[in-house]
Design a protein around this ligand. Sequence first.
Ligand SMILES: [Fe+2]
Length: 337
Amino acid sequence: MSGSTLDVLLRATDSQTLGPASDQAALTLKLGLISDLNGSYGSTSYGSAVKRGVSLLVQQQPDLVLCAGDMVAGQQRSLTSAQLQAMWAGFEHSVRSPLEQAGIALLPAIGNHDGSSQKHQGHWVYAREREQAALFWNKHHGDLSSGFIDMDLFPFQYAWRRPGLYVVVIDASSANVDSSQRQWIETALNSTDRNPDDLCLVMGHLPLTAFSEGRARPGECIADPCGLADLLRRSRVDLVISGHHHAWYPSESMGLRLLSLGAMGSGPRRIIGSGVTAPPSLTILEWSQNNNLVEEISFDLNTLQPLPNDRLPGSLNVPGFAQARRRATQWQRGPLN
Ligand SMILES: [Fe+2]
């Protein structure tokens, strides 16, 4: 897309912005939610939808961007450490640095292409990917530092807060979220650092249930999701954010509010049962602490227009996976009925 066409679209989108967060000072938070940016294995550059997405974020000026993983294109054991470093340098150049220059910090979750947690005989299968992901993020966490509560295992699992917001990032870079991580999640969610009035988000790459065609199979969703869902529900999590399925679908499932993010990059997928390919997208979430109201707007990164959720299927039903029911994108914080 030419610069001038993009400018026109951004100007058109400007009339649909949610308004600057500073209008209501600390009482309103505006978050950019993105996922799945990577191209083909080893790629150091990003497609046009990612570029439009970064421009849209800079224009929207969220207080913070959360990325649900797959920022680079690893998960191939033939990739050398130098290639992995070059991919992260590409991410820095195209995504993280432009956001930072616009004053927008980026909270990452690690995806299977960034540093999969898959193990074989007790060892990481993608140990080099995980090492490079850790090196990159420990060098490039910008001004996130003041918000870390528990960062021993950053960037894989950590808790982070700022006034009004409490985020627990989980390592769902493979289907295996093991019992020790589940114990850590419970501890993190019940920390005394969490204010009961905070909007509480849990973000991980793989989802708790299936959203897209071809991903409704073992290995593409968190294994044994019911116990984890129970834990998140008991811990009064407001929203569980995931990527990996490359299809935007706001839902309720297992007594939780879920948000499957669309891919920002390549690899579009069809929502289960819809026959329609999900476009590249990102979501802007705004939370007003005043009235406890959350509003999400998701933008199609081909057209830069908001995506209507009434065109999504009313529910997704696949044997062996928890049903997901489409939900409203404006909601009151608090337990589901
Ligand atoms: Fe993924």
